[in-house]
Write a protein that binds this ligand. Structure first.
Ligand code: PEP
Ligand code: MN
Length: 341
């Protein structure tokens, strides 16, 4: 971090300011120009509040050189992080560091027949994880809200029946205990900056699938991950799921550039959700292929055995047949990228 002092600041005032900074655990490199003094902060500046410094009456300008996140930063962790999960069938599935992990299943768990049938189909097609929402974040309070704990029980039944590890969304920390058998906890776009929730998840040791908020920057995504990491949980998977823009043709705009950006800045695996990113089932395959070609470590795809009758997100859900065809193509893409499904 570099701090330019206001022109004409007296030497004694600069010295006092320097000791203030040193009390915060950094060393200060002092540089005296003709009209201005510039201070270079050396050491860990993640806990230094740049905005607070900017408000100081002696400060002209503050420039951050280092990113405000440390544990999520590739600089301090050059190797890719890999998340390994063993299903009830004893098979280990991985996401990251050369492994492409696919998560597939319906938007919401609806009935026992539906979730078990979809689970069997996606497993047959080669999916590594089963998804299914039990607690759903819906824009309208009048829309289907998910089956809640009953949905969770059905998802656990599907886990048992197929051996697939499961992914489901947590909206309320009071449900955490009921998520004991859930393999990956999803934090949805709407909760990406729910800092109370993120702090609690830092204290649990389950993998977290952190979806990008639809109006959040790359730095904000990494700062959200930093909250979980700072609490001691280093099992995080980042997910690009489309951001808001002006065009309503698609539900969101898939920010493919977020994949190389997040992977450059961080060691954490990055997966893509082409279903919520586009909101249109016929676009899912093209965007899934693009994501793998852009370096994604995995995909989360909505698959429904009867999309027309789905209680949630049917228009963006693909059939098990379409998913199987996509998986066959994705294997070739993964191969080109040097990744193993
Ligand atoms: C979901 O995956 O079911 C979901 C609601 O996604 P998002 O939080 O990205 O909207
Ligand atoms: Mn959905």
């Amino acid at each position: 971090m570099i701090i330019a002092m206001k022109p004409g600041t007296a030497g004694t005032e600069v010295q006092e300011f320097i000791s203030l900074l040193e009390k915060q655990g950094v060393r200060v490199h002092f540089s005296q120009g003709i009209t201005q003094t510039v201070l270079g902060l050396v050491g860990d500046t993640t806990a230094i509040d740049a905005e607070a410094l900017m408000a100081h009456h002696l400060v002209e300008k503050v420039i951050r050189v280092q990113e405000p996140y440390k544990r999520a930063n590739r600089l301090f962790h050059p190797d890719d992080t890999r998340i390994d999960i063993t299903g009830p069938d004893g098979e280990m599935r991985s996401i990251g560091a050369g492994r492409l992990g696919t998560i597939a299943g319906p938007c919401s768990v609806e009935t026992r027949e539906q979730i078990i049938e979809v689970a069997r189909e996606v497993k047959k097609a080669g999916a590594a994880f089963l998804r299914g929402g039990a607690f759903k974040p819906r824009t309208s309070p009048y829309s289907f809200q998910g089956l809640g704990s009953e949905g969770l029980d059905l998802l656990l039944e599907a886990k048992k029946a197929t051996g697939l590890p499961i992914v489901t969304e947590l909206m309320d920390i009071s449900h955490l205990e009921a998520f004991a058998e859930v393999d990956i906890i999803q934090i949805g776009a709407r909760n990406m900056q729910n800092f109370t929730l993120l702090k609690e998840l830092g204290r649990c040791n389950k993998p977290i699938l952190l979806k990008r908020g639809y109006a959040c920057t790359i730095t904000e995504v990494l700062m959200a991950a930093e909250y979980v990491l700072a609490g001691g949980n280093d099992k995080i998977i980042l997910c690009e799921r489309g951001i808001r823009s002006f065009d309503t043709y698609t539900r969101n705009v898939l920010d493919l550039s977020a994949i190389p950006a997040l992977k450059k800045q961080s060691h954490l695996p990055v997966i893509v959700d082409p279903s919520h990113a586009t909101g249109i089932s016929w676009m899912v395959s093209a965007m899934a292929k693009a994501a793998v070609a852009a370096g994604a470590d995995g995909l989360i795809i909505e698959v429904h055995n009867n999309p027309e009758k789905a209680l949630c997100d049917g228009e963006q859900s693909i059939t098990p047949e379409a998913f199987a065809a996509l998986m066959a193509t994705l294997r070739k893409y993964a191969d080109i990228e040097g990744k193993r499904i």
